[in-house]
Design a protein. Structure first.
Length: 300
């Protein structure tokens, strides 16, 4: 039997992270799950619609340590409240604060996790009416209650204030996928159509969202292959087509793009088989250290 072929399926992130953090000594995390999924049809033709962009990327903070391409996990760079920024500029957003796939991607092309340029090109081509004047940042929060009761309603308020007809939400780490799935649900309940772009299929479908564009890429590349504008444009076009075509909730479309002809990269994320007891202990201490860095910001 071809062992590599056995890996050629979506990575089971919920099971992987449960085992990984369990080995580090943490209790099992209960991922969000809903039976009912709200669904809001797109209210006007896409070439007339205003689209908002929601991200879990963080503004670069020069005083918060290494946030550059390939930087190790940096809890100090996290943000804990919804923020917004203008879309008529080129924001410096990073993802060093979250658990993207550092083994197989470097986060050195923002177009893979923040598709503002691709959206602007779609506007210029007449594919969409316009990009909303602001984009919005949603905190990556393990507390589902905080996301549901505080952060998601604030995203709804801001997207509505911008006059958007729909929103594109782009996820990065496993918890990012859950946080944005919860935000997508809130937006749809408010009558705003959404599509979530992501790489963690099991997390999103377990929670339940109206529309999901799945790219079978390493985490951090939900908007397309790095340094490949054609890949990013094609990925966005699939998301836009899904906004137009979906007729019911829990509609998932998988991108036909493949990260590699060899799927063995999928074995690496949060895999315990590569780690000694000493390395597990070291990672536990490193994780606790990053949590301590973030706590003052969380209390503020």
């Amino acid at each position: 039997m071809d062992a590599a072929a056995d890996l050629d399926e979506p990575i089971p992130y919920r099971a992987r992270t449960r085992a990984y953090y369990g080995a580090l000594g943490y209790p099992p995390y209960r991922w969000a799950r809903f039976d009912d999924v709200p669904f809001a049809p797109l209210r006007k033709p896409l070439p007339e619609a205003c689209l908002a962009l929601v991200t879990t990327a963080a503004p670069y903070q020069p005083d918060k340590g290494d946030q550059g391409p390939g930087a190790p996990y940096n809890g100090a760079a996290k943000f804990f409240t919804v923020y917004s920024g203008p879309t008529d500029s080129d924001p410096d957003l990073r993802i060093a604060h979250i658990a993207y796939d550092r083994d197989h991607t470097r986060a050195d092309d923002p177009g893979t996790y923040f598709p503002l340029a691709a959206l602007q090109a779609a506007e210029a081509a007449g594919r969409i009416g316009r990009v909303a004047s602001r984009f919005h940042g949603l905190p990556t929060n393990r507390s589902q209650r905080v996301t549901i009761e505080t952060d998601a309603p604030e995203i709804v308020r801001r997207v509505r204030a911008d006059g958007a007809d729909a929103a594109i939400l782009v996820a990065n780490c496993p918890v990012c996928h859950q946080s944005l799935a919860l935000a997508a649900r809130a937006l749809e309940e408010a009558g705003l159509a959404t599509v979530l772009m992501g790489c963690a299929k099991d997390v999103v479908e377990h929670c339940g969202v109206p529309r999901f564009l799945f790219s079978d890429f390493p985490l951090g590349n939900a908007a397309g292959r790095p340094h490949d504008r054609a890949s990013q444009a094609a990925t966005l076009d699939l998301a836009l087509a899904l906004l137009e075509s979906a007729t019911a909730p829990r509609t998932t479309v998988q991108s036909p793009q493949a990260w590699s002809a060899d799927p063995s990269w999928k074995a690496d994320y949060a895999s315990l088989h590569r780690l000694s007891a000493e390395e597990i202990a070291r990672r536990r201490e490193a994780f606790e250290s990053e949590k301590r860095k973030a706590r003052p910001e969380r209390r503020a």
